[in-house]
Write a protein that binds this ligand. Structure first.
Ligand code: GTP
Ligand code: MN
Ligand code: MN
Length: 629
């Protein structure tokens, strides 16, 4: 335990609680009073200020190993496997709330009798109550860690600082990978304001029905994730898992981030950022918003099959974007690591991820092999047949078993630096210039491989009407097609109608040259349920068409939904498999009639009066075009 480190001796107290490795004097006063406030609420046994050093990381890993939370993976270099409580495996959207005085600031008011799907609102009073029902003395026998972290390169004008307070050493270790933490962050912060992030894994009530093991304490029955945008405050209780506990990520960079972005005139989005160099040596940057588990990490590190192309990664999950003086949209990746979906990742689908993740990585809920390695669905060809496999719950697993070896939402948490195709400009404090924005989702039917928006307003409509098949990243279990506008449905920090207005207003930013917008769908299936498009590296063919398109080549033709590739304009040379292009790009009338009905119903029921007129106009235009099909 860091707390028992003999090198730490003369400490001072904060109230009655020992402050282990720092003095109140060395901390900015605002940080100090936040720590005091949290400590008096949570009553930890001691307080530890994280410095981000290697020694500290080693101590924490040791502590976690002794506690049974993680075990080493000797097959690789400094890699660890964490197994969570089986009741704590994904984000909990239904238990995630935004708190504002006025409800309509947070969510559009749905039609009467309809359950709102665009976020959950809680009054400041009830938020306070929820905190007081859970946090008093919740850290009683635990160390309270204080993590100063920067989202974005320390000191960049894009960057924002947060302080996360947590009683989980696992969270500290993952935050160290996912963000930039430590002393220089506090120095940069000075006595400025920061985003307050309080997290506890919680203590279940004595009558809890969920079995809790000491290796992964949590309180799934009372888990709650709260945000207070007007105070830049996040409070998370009961879960140690990813998006619920690494508060810099979804809670700060997206939910609080989007509210700050709206006020300051920029965009905080659930988007990857990649650099693509074409055969002529021209380099462009693309961002893409796909819902959780729909291919961002894969596309961000893509190995192109088309000769002459090179893709480099800037980020795989979140983009903060703003227009510069010249009117170019510039983006940074506020994160410092990848928290990527493990299943499906292998040397064919994502070779660059496979080269990234076997060093300095914390895996969570993947399966283990008898030779000290990891395994998940999709890794069958990567391990030899004689190794034995232990599943994510720690039980012996045999090949062909009905239950998966790795949890479908199991993840790797790995430093970006390890990525062999990281873009040299990825930490540029000024951000990288964005030429193209992609939207996309998992659409087994009706949606073509690629089409282009006719203009910015049409593009915003396409983002607003995004839908996708549900995945394991949250608590939904059916494979239903869900609306997921801008891939942000779980992450909006404020009213979606206002968010749309904010996007529409980008054309009015001084000098703004707005990027071209496209919609892609790698997931269309034929009648036998087989994917029509090989995907992965072959997606470089789609990017090739996009780049030639923005270079002004005459390769697009207007259609019902937007601009489609002219026949023969798509590069299919040496494609690894026969593709039925006609089926892949077809626009079935009955499908699109239903799509228009569904989108209309969604807008009417969910967004109501908050839907901007420009978006309604685009919907009517689409409806009219579909009629003519
Ligand atoms: P979050 O990190 O949760 O936001 O998700 P993500 O968008 O980064 O998803 P990720 O890239 O991890 O992809 C998740 C799943 O999509 C994996 O099972 C991939 O194998 C699969 N996938 C990615 N790209 C393709 C593709 O081009 N075709 C097909 N068929 N599957 C793909
Ligand atoms: Mn994500
Ligand atoms: Mn990802």
């Amino acid at each position: 335990n860091v707390a028992k480190d003999p090198s730490i001796n003369n400490y001072e107290y904060m109230g009655k609680i020992p402050l282990l490795n720092s003095s109140t004097e060395s901390l900015p006063p605002k940080v100090c009073s936040y720590i005091e406030e949290c400590a008096s609420l949570c009553c930890p046994k001691d307080i530890y200020i994280c410095d981000g050093s290697d020694t500290e990381y080693e101590h924490l890993l040791n502590f976690l190993e002794k506690n049974g939370t993680i075990s080493p993976l000797p097959k690789y270099e400094n890699c660890w496997l964490a197994r969570t409580n089986p009741a704590d495996v994904a984000r909990v959207e239904k238990r995630t709330f935004i708190s504002t005085e006025c409800k309509r600031d947070t969510i559009p008011i749905p039609c009467e009798g309809v359950i709102g799907e665009l976020g959950n609102w809680i009054s400041p009073r009830d938020m306070e109550k929820a905190i007081l029902e859970r946090f008093p003395e919740c850290m009683k026998d635990r160390t309270m860690y204080v993590i100063p972290f920067s989202m974005g390169p320390v000191g960049s004008p894009f960057s924002k600082i947060g302080i996360e307070i947590t009683d989980s050493a696992y969270v500290v270790c993952c935050m160290r990978i996912m963000t930039r933490i430590g002393k220089n962050v506090l120095e940069t912060l000075g006595n400025d304001d920061f985003v307050k992030c309080l997290h506890s894994i919680g203590v279940p009530k004595s009558d809890s029905k969920i079995e809790i093991n000491s290796s992964w304490p949590c309180d799934p029955e009372r888990t709650i994730i709260l945000h207070r945008p007007d105070k830049n405050e996040i409070v998370s209780y009961g879960s140690g898992y990813g998006g619920n506990s690494l508060l810099g990520k979804k809670c700060f960079a997206l939910r609080i981030g989007s509210t700050i972005a709206k006020d300051e005139g920029w965009l905080a989005e659930h988007m990857l950022i990649l650099a693509i160099t074409d055969p002529k040596g021209r380099k462009r940057y693309i961002t893409a918003a796909f819902p959780s588990a729909c291919g961002k990490t894969n596309l961000a590190m893509l190995k192109p099959t088309l000769p002459g192309y090179k893709i480099e990664c800037v980020g795989d999950d979140i983009a903060w974007m703003r227009f510069d003086q010249e009117g170019r949209l510039r983006a940074i990746n506020p994160e410092n690591g990848f928290f990527g979906v493990a299943p499906g990742t292998n040397c064919i689908t994502n070779p660059n991820a496979m080269k990234t993740i076997f060093k300095n990585t914390i895996f969570t809920n993947v399966a283990a092999t008898s030779d000290g390695g990891v395994f998940w669905e999709g890794m069958e060809e990567e391990i030899s047949d004689d190794v034995e496999i232990t599943d994510w719950r720690g039980k012996k697993w045999t090949r062909g078993s009905k239950t998966p070896a790795a949890h479908p939402n199991s993840r790797f948490c790995t430093p970006i630096q390890e990525c062999p195709v990281i873009d040299p400009g990825w930490e540029d404090p000024a951000g990288v210039p964005i030429d193209v924005i992609l939207f996309g989702g998992r659409r087994p039917e009706g949606i073509p491989l690629i089409y282009q928006a006719r203009n910015w307003q049409h593009g915003v409509f396409i983002g607003a009407s995004m839908r996708s098949e549900a995945t394991a990243a949250a608590e939904y279990t059916d494979k239903v097609i869900m609306h997921d506008p801008f891939a942000m449905r779980p992450f909006f920090g404020y009213n979606f109608g206002h968010y749309l207005n904010h996007w529409l207003s980008m054309t009015k930013v001084k000098n703004a040259k707005v990027p071209a917008i496209f919609h892609v769908n790698w997931f269309r299936k034929n009648a036998d349920g087989k994917y029509l498009w090989p995907g992965f590296g072959e997606n470089s063919r789609v990017l090739d068409w996009i780049l030639r398109r923005i270079d002004g080549e005459d390769i697009a033709v207007d259609s019902t939904v937007g601009l489609l590739p002219k026949s023969e304009s798509f590069n299919l040379e040496n494609l690894s498999k026969d593709v039925n292009m006609e089926e892949l790009f077809s626009l079935p009338k009955s499908f699109w009639e239903k799509e228009v009905r569904d989108i209309r119903e969604y807008f009417d029921m969910q967004v109501g009066d908050d839907l901007p007129a420009a978006i309604r106009e685009e919907l009517e235009l689409l409806a009219c075009n579909v009629d003519k099909l």
